[in-house]
Design a protein around this ligand. Structure first.
Ligand SMILES: Nc1ncnc2c1ncn2[C@@H]1O[C@H](COP(=O)(O)OP(=O)(O)O)[C@@H](O)[C@H]1O
Ligand SMILES: [Mg+2]
Length: 455
């Protein structure tokens, strides 16, 4: 009988070991979460004390102990209000003691991570006196698996996983325009592809500008209402979008009809205030490799470049209320691309930086909003494409990674939702043809290699 028990224990340990090595997410859900919860509960007080997160007992308890001859009470750790296991880790709620602040906890995160042997620990203040500690049990960014069920809102799509296990959303209504930068092969196009695959299921119009001859966006053409694959078409397309924007504003004006008896909440100032049956479809404009639009080599191209950048700046300044959202990707996005670029950048509130080659590029994304994110962006290793630092206008930032969606998966998602592709009047001329392009002549016909002559 004993050997049977020993064999079962050995088997369980072996299974746990293999899961931990090959499938950390499964390991966490089966063994990891229980072990970590027990470890946190058992070690809680001693770890808090070792990390300097305790306060001396109050005077009245000391006096009471002295009067009654009891032992002197111990220093007190923050109250553990709640512990909640999640798919990727544990979430603790701590009630701070008088004299402690959220900064103390934030400063001790790295110590807590080592003491509880967790992969990552972050903290945030919930309300005065209550701090939340989010712990991750394993490296969630190594092999990104998005949760099967994600809470959905209009114009908000899950696009990546955050280091602390939470889902990173791209929320177009909270943050209308975004800039994604990163060196070549750092994961920008995969990030954008994820975005398209998620947006495909929503009632939005997708407009793409991909000057890499359309290699990234044309395969997804069935879900795109308009596509441009060279700067000339992009120029015309942006002009048509400006006309579309003016049309939407005229519609909003016509619907305002402000009279004394219209309630304040019913005065329409953007498309979301309009009744459902009148609301124009929101448009997401995706631009890949934006520098291609800003470079020129002769006078004509310079004029075209100025028109394109001016149109983008106008869309960024005025587009939000008309439901036009910009999503711009590039390797660098600084003043060396010419006039108007920094003005455009200032309008792109959502910032994401993949791996960059130098500090200047990281500064282009975060220099003006979150200086400490610059350091995080240049520290992204080369062997983990897709890892990025995402910031927002509040100065907060997170390390994120999008799931590795292949082009095939994105194409399938777009084809599945092709029936949702709206026809935008005015942009019809740019609707991509879904027939495969004619095969171009071979550019470099293979030359027969001459066998080396031997003497
Ligand atoms: N989130 C990711 N997870 C895993 N691998 C990724 C991820 N993003 C990118 N990669 C890998 O990096 C390669 C280059 O990514 P890509 O998006 O084309 O780079 P960029 O557009 O920045 O040049 C992809 O082919 C893929 O193999
Ligand atoms: Mg790319």
């Amino acid at each position: 009988m004993e050997w049977l028990t020993a064999a079962v224990v050995l088997l369980v340990v072996a299974v746990a070991g293999v899961l931990r090595w090959r499938r950390p997410a499964w390991y966490w859900l089966t063994f990891g979460v229980v072990l970590a919860a027990v470890r946190v509960l058992v070690r809680y007080t001693s770890v808090m004390e070792a990390c300097g997160l305790t306060v001396p007992p109050p005077r009245w308890r000391l006096a009471l102990a002295r009067l009654t001859g009891r032992p002197v009470p111990q220093a007190r750790a923050p109250r553990l209000l709640r512990m909640r296991p999640t798919r990727t880790g544990l979430v603790l709620r701590l009630g701070l003691r008088p004299g402690q602040d959220a900064f103390d906890v934030a400063a001790s995160c790295d110590r807590l991570r080592h003491s509880f042997t967790m992969q990552g620990v972050t903290s945030r203040e919930i309300r005065s006196g209550v701090v939340e500690l989010r712990m991750t049990g394993y490296d969630v960014l190594k092999r990104v698996q998005m949760p099967a069920v994600v809470e959905r809102f209009p114009m908000r799509v899950p696009v990546a996983l955050r280091e602390d296990g939470a889902v990173h959303f791209r929320d177009y209504r909270a943050c209308p325009h975004a800039l994604t930068i990163g060196a070549t092969k750092s994961g920008k196009s995969v990030y954008q592809r994820n975005l398209v695959a998620e947006l495909a299921a929503l009632p939005v119009a997708l407009v793409g500008i991909d000057c890499k001859q359309g290699v990234e966006l044309y395969p997804l053409a069935r879900r795109f209402s308009a596509l441009a694959d060279n700067p000339d078409t992009a120029d015309d397309l942006l002009g048509a979008l400006l006309t579309h924007m003016e049309g939407v504003y005229q519609l909003i004006r016509a619907e305002q009809r402000i009279t004394a008896d219209v309630l304040d909440a019913e005065i329409a100032a953007d498309i979301w205030d309009l009744p459902d049956h009148l609301r124009p479809t929101p448009v997401v404009v995706l631009v890949d490799e934006v520098a291609e639009l800003a470079l020129f080599s002769n006078k004509d191209e310079e004029k075209r470049r100025d028109r394109i950048i001016t149109a983008l700046v106008r869309l960024a300044q005025l587009g939000r209320a008309a439901g036009i959202y910009l999503e711009i990707c590039g390797q660098r996005f600084g003043s060396e691309l010419g006039k108007g670029i920094t003005m455009l950048r200032a309008q792109l509130t959502g910032r994401t930086a993949h791996r960059v080659n130098d500090e200047t590029s990281a500064n282009m994304a975060f220099g003006d909003i979150a200086p400490d994110a610059v350091l995080a962006a240049i520290q992204i290793p080369t062997d983990t494409p897709g890892i990025a630092v995402a910031g927002d206008a509040t100065g907060g930032w997170h390390r994120i990674r999008a799931p590795h969606t292949t082009l095939r998966q994105a194409v399938n998602a777009c084809n599945r939702h092709a029936h949702l592709t709206p026809v935008l009047p005015g942009l019809d001329a740019f609707r991509p043809s879904v027939a495969p392009p004619a095969r171009p002549p071979v550019v470099f016909p293979a030359q027969p290699v001459e066998a080396p002559t031997t003497a």
